[in-house]
Ligand binder design. Structure first.
Ligand SMILES: [Ca+2]
Ligand SMILES: [Ca+2]
Ligand SMILES: [Ca+2]
Ligand SMILES: [Ca+2]
Length: 278
């Protein structure tokens, strides 16, 4: 009898060192660039050198993507700032596809945010991390980022996936990375099983979060076959949920653990999952 081990769900935001800067070729923050309409055009693979001039400064950059791909945003700061930068990848309609806060030495060392996108126009919006208007919260120094398109996009989440109808198809033996973008984000993934099997879903978060993730394995009709809350270091260490299933279509639904709409409960920014068959 064949056995199928199934999906593993890990939650991760990849943090990688950013590429070396190329000062002579950097694109400079050219004001005013404070809105989507006034966005400054940038290019893939070319570093942008910007700064926030005040707590009301917002820098919006615009780029065009001509294929389905994974965008990697390597972001870093000149200085280590406790009140750092917030940056968001937006689609043409202004919907957030990925976002991060960048601060302290983590930001100075650089981090990478990845998101799957279709061909189209996208924006990167940079603003102060704090939403205070007090200028003492303004991060000093420059920020730098480079957006690159990576052909290996099979392991990344594609928004929008907030409904069963728009769920993302995933395969076994592949790790998928995504994120919850706020308390209203829900992520659906879809997997097809071709025989009676044991479905195993492993789930892990990058960070230890007290208000963590909730995930459910659903049948095609929407009944919950298995579910778990994943939080604190237990989630960071990873856990596995297993259920026996018949052949058919199944959905994995991921949402914030708490049903509060308070964004302070937002469970980190990273999500990676790994469906596995063996
Ligand atoms: Ca600026
Ligand atoms: Ca600006
Ligand atoms: Ca998501
Ligand atoms: Ca979603």
């Amino acid at each position: 009898m064949a056995h199928i081990l199934i999906p593993v769900l890990l939650m991760v935001t990849s943090l990688l060192a950013s590429a070396d800067s190329l000062p002579g070729r950097a694109i400079i923050d050219f004001e005013p660039n404070n809105s989507l309409d006034a966005a400054e055009s940038i290019q893939l693979g070319r570093e942008v050198d910007g700064n926030l001039a005040s707590m009301s400064d917002v820098d919006v950059y615009k780029l065009t993507v001509d294929k389905t791909t994974k965008l990697e945003i390597a972001f870093r700061s000149e200085l280590s700032e406790g009140n750092g930068w917030q940056y968001e990848l937006l689609n043409e309609d202004g919907r957030i596809l990925g976002a991060s806060f960048c601060n302290f030495t983590n930001c100075q060392n650089g981090e990478t945010l990845a998101a799957g996108v279709q061909s189209g126009t996208y924006y990167l919006k940079v603003l102060p991390e704090s939403d205070s208007s007090n200028e003492s919260f303004l991060p000093d120094g420059a920020y730098f980022f480079t957006i690159t398109a990576v052909d290996d996009f099979s392991t990344v989440e594609f928004e929008p996936n907030d409904r069963v109808e728009t769920s993302q198809v995933v395969n076994f033996n592949t790790a998928y990375e995504g994120q919850l973008l706020g308390m209203s984000d829900v992520d659906y993934y879809k997997v097809t099983v071709d025989k009676t099997a044991k479905l195993s879903l492993a789930f892990q978060s990058e960070l230890s979060e007290g208000n963590g993730w909730q995930y459910e394995l659903l049948s095609e009709a929407g009944s919950i076959l298995g579910a778990s809350f994943c939080n604190f270091t237990d989630c960071q260490n990873g856990e596995t949920l297993s259920v026996g299933v018949q052949s058919g279509t199944y959905y994995l639904k991921v949402l914030p653990e708490t049903d509060s709409v308070n964004e302070s409960f937002s469970a980190g920014w990273g999500l990676l999952f790994y469906p596995h068959a063996g």
